[in-house]
Write a protein that binds this ligand. Structure first.
Ligand SMILES: C[S@@+](CC[C@H](N)C(=O)[O-])C[C@H]1O[C@@H](n2cnc3c(N)ncnc32)[C@H](O)[C@@H]1O
Length: 297
């Protein structure tokens, strides 16, 4: 037997079982790491979402019904957790379609800061939902120096929607700011992540995550967006995707949502949320082959 295997065998006989279990659960998806999802408010949250959609649908813009439902599901999840706190920022508002979905979820004590390089925003429509909304007319790259209360936002934002130019340098600067601004339980959402007309979004995100070594991880991807959180909350958000994403999407009118996960690695554990393709059934892609990847975060 090789020395390494001999050492592992000896360690296994010496260490108590709970310690071995703990080590194992750090290397594979484990039920032990699953944070239980409380789905009791899913229907009432979805009801509120239907009202926001009516407003969003009246505003010209790019956000799809799928993304509206996915973003709102996560904003609702955050609302049920008193440990998740912070302000809300959007880079790239256009006329305010995505802002109309986010606005009703902003808590009274939180700032709602919208940033755009051009003056397209239908301010009155968003202020009718959130009177305290602040609109900052500048490039997102300049936000740090242009927004007077930037310091107050540091480590103090729970939701950041990035939907501006999608240029490589801009996205790199935006993810860098997300790392400065996100609170421990915060989420950053990057639009056009898988739109290869903007293929530079992918390298900008991953260069930052894997070379600047921030405390960030992609936890969910969709056909258009990447969802990023701090590593401390990775199990929390992955647990929600595994248990709550499909029912939350269904309650918001996306009845054919499913999840897909075909690998699990300490360096990458994201789950793909999408709609079923023709002929597909169930909620898990390739469950008979990849079933173990759906057991835990
Ligand atoms: C795709 S649209 C945003 C769509 C919007 N989120 C929605 O849901 O309809 C992109 C917006 O980003 C703005 N933009 C472009 N470059 C920017 C930059 N460097 N900083 C901030 N905003 C920028 C554009 O003016 C435009 O309004």
């Amino acid at each position: 037997m090789f020395t390494k295997q001999r050492i592992i065998k000896t360690v296994k006989t010496v260490l108590p079982k709970p310690v071995i279990e703990a080590i194992r659960s750090r290397r594979t998806p484990s039920r032990n790491n699953l944070v239980a999802w409380d789905g009791t408010s899913v229907q009432s949250d979805a009801e509120q979402f239907r009202s926001s959609r009516i407003v969003a649908d009246q505003i010209d813009g790019m956000l799809s019904p799928f993304s509206m439902a996915a973003m709102d599901s996560l904003l609702s999840l955050q609302a049920t957790n008193p440990e998740i706190y912070g302000n809300i920022v959007e880079f790239g508002t256009y006329k305010g379609r995505s802002a109309a979905i986010i606005a009703p979820r902003v808590r009274p004590s939180e700032k709602f800061v919208l940033v755009d390089v051009a003056d397209y925003l239908q301010v009155e429509k968003i202020r009718a939902i959130n009177a305290g909304m602040e609109f900052i007319l500048c490039r997102s790259e300049e936000f740090r120096s242009r927004y007077p209360d930037y310091k107050q936002l540091r480590k103090n934002c729970r939701f950041i929607h990035v939907d501006s130019s999608h240029a490589y340098r801009t996205t790199f600067e935006e993810i860098k700011m997300c790392n400065e601004l996100l609170s421990p339980g915060g989420i950053a959402v990057f639009d056009d992540y898988t739109n290869l007309n903007y293929s530079q979004v992918l390298p900008a995100i991953y260069k930052y995550i894997y070379t600047a070594n921030p405390d960030l991880a992609v936890f969910m991807v969709t056909d258009i967006k990447a969802y990023v959180c701090r590593k401390k909350y990775l199990n929390y958000y992955l647990s929600f995707i595994l248990q709550g994403a499909v029912p939350s999407m269904a309650a918001r009118g996306i009845e054919d949502a499913m999840i897909s996960r075909t690998d699990w690695d300490r360096e990458y554990r994201a789950i793909y949320l999408r709609t079923r393709s023709a002929g597909e059934t169930g909620s898990y892609y390739g469950e008979e082959i990849y079933g173990r990847f759906y057991e835990g975060p």
